[in-house]
Design a protein around this ligand. Structure first.
Ligand code: ATP
Length: 469
């Protein structure tokens, strides 16, 4: 591994705080089991025995994943005047992949065990024997990671197309369309979120490395000569984004790629790494791709792909800074970082301390029991809240079990309706992390929760509506 050097300058306390050999506090099995138990993530095609490395997001997972995507889109596209969005097709003209170098160079060295025929990524081999059975391994051969399929009704005549292994190329081939139609000036970013496919030799660690996953990619086009500054800028921005999402700084670090490790298109590259249960691993890569892609596509397509800088009165091919992140890997890091087991009043509580913007459910409305006298008021509270927040209504089982369920999926607030509520028209809000409770009037509950979900402190003692018993 290359030691962090420039990274220190970019983010002074990024890599210093944590003990680098520190084991992660939770093992992956606990995360996998919580995800299954609470409807976050299921094995794909489970009733048929599953499909290796494929996963389905359940009712809670789909909300969490969407919240991660939305947080990225908001920061990268909506809150900036210099970035626009795009949504390009998964299958593209095969010439795209010839130009980008994916047909020739998107390969991993693969070795195969001569006894059990398992295949391994050569770079992951510690010894010279098969890790499974100890058999002899073949010499490494290069294996292309792109999935091939055929387009057209008659298979023999159909042309070969590839499922995209990254969303970036859809952006490069639309560079001219975007510049012409938006009339934006450089520096300009084009962002895209979408599925990518890689026939990875080894997968595993739950949703960390899968063959189908979702990318969040930004191609930021800049004037050559300003690229190093912009790389520094984006490394810092992206690092801070994870911290704002609630990931602890000591579980994040930066690593600069060594010269021998750089991809064929990259002039420089940093990885943001997270301390996953299996050790420090890449969460996002931020690369300086130079003018490689636009030059290649101009050469292969015969179309000019440059930029006329009216202010400088010159024409050039922009350089590109690319922050490239995985939605699924970000979801995994957020889950691991939020997971906690605590003891509350002598009982074990599993809780996800997810950032409130990521929590699948923001508020749960919980009548104390299914008693018919409580239902109308509880439904009234639910109807007040659900147009504004993702709200759950749950009146099954004991209140304690319902609190536990909400804690395990990271719901920041529970609103409880009890028999006293029928008299005084007040309800109790319980906060997930502190377990503090406040009593508030039904008419005010929406406004109060809105403020709390925006980050207002949950200080039970300072509130006018503190429990009045
Ligand atoms: P790795 O070395 O971990 O396979 P990479 O360096 O090939 O990743 P990039 O091509 O830089 O990955 O992709 C950018 C991001 O996309 C990664 O940081 C990761 O978050 C995500 N990603 C890449 N490949 C996968 C995969 N097979 N499964 C899930 N996420 C992935």
């Amino acid at each position: 591994m290359t030691p962090v050097n420039k990274a220190d300058k970019l983010s002074p306390d990024a890599s210093e705080k944590g003990d680098l050999s520190m084991p992660a506090k939770v093992d992956m099995d606990k995360i996998v089991s919580l995800c299954k138990r609470r409807g976050l993530i299921f094995p794909s095609s489970e009733i048929y025995g599953g499909l290796a490395s494929c996963w389905d997001y359940g009712p809670m997972g789909v909300e969490l994943k969407r919240n991660v995507r939305d947080a990225w889109w908001k920061t990268i596209v909506h809150e900036r005047a210099d970035v626009v969005g795009l949504d390009t097709s998964i299958m593209m003209h095969p010439g795209v992949w010839a130009a980008s170098g994916h047909i020739d160079s998107f390969t991993d060295p693969l070795v195969e065990c001569k006894s059990c025929h398992l295949r391994w990524r050569a770079t992951e081999m510690k010894g010279e024997r098969c890790p499974k059975c100890g058999g002899e391994l073949t010499e490494p051969r290069m294996f292309n990671l792109m999935f091939k399929t055929s387009m057209g009704p008659v298979e023999e005549e159909a042309s070969t197309v590839y499922l995209r292994p990254e969303t970036a190329q859809g952006i490069f081939v639309n560079f001219d369309n975007v510049i012409t139609t938006t009339r934006k000036k450089l520096p300009l970013g084009i962002a895209q979120i979408g599925k990518s496919f890689r026939n990875e030799i080894t997968t595993g660690n739950f949703i960390f490395r899968t063959r189908e996953f979702e990318h969040m990619e930004l191609e930021y086009f800049v004037k050559p000569g300003t690229d190093e500054e912009w790389l520094d800028y984006w490394v810092r921005e992206r690092f801070d984004w994870y911290v704002k999402l609630g990931i602890r700084k000591e579980n994040l670090r930066l690593r600069q790629h060594g010269k021998d490790e750089l991809a064929h298109y990259a002039r420089d590259c940093y990885d943001i790494e997270y301390l996953f249960p299996m050790g420090w691993s890449e969460l996002e890569g931020i690369a300086n791709r130079g003018d490689f892609d636009l030059i290649q596509h101009a050469k292969h397509s015969g179309r000019e792909l440059g930029y006329y800088d009216a202010e400088a009165g010159e024409k050039y091919v922009p350089y590109v800074i690319e922050p490239s992140a995985g939605v699924d890997r970000s979801v995994l890091a957020c889950l691991i970082d939020a997971y906690d087991e605590e003891e509350v009043e002598g009982e074990k509580r599993t809780v996800l301390h997810l950032h409130r913007s990521l929590a699948p459910i923001k508020v749960a409305v919980l009548p104390l029991s299914r008693n018919e006298k409580l239902t109308p008021l509880a439904k009234e509270v639910f109807n007040r809240l659900c147009p504004n927040f993702v709200t759950d209504y749950d009146d099954s089982q004991s209140i304690g079990r319902r609190y536990r369920r909400q804690d395990e999926i990271g719901t920041p607030f529970c609103v409880t309706i009890d028999f006293e509520s029928l008299e005084d028209k007040q309800v109790t809000i319980r906060e997930r992390d502190s377990l503090a409770q406040i009593r508030v009037p039904v008419e005010g509950v929406g406004k109060i929760l809105e403020a709390k979900l925006k980050g207002e402190a949950f200080d039970a003692s300072a509130l006018w509506a503190t429990r009045q018993k």
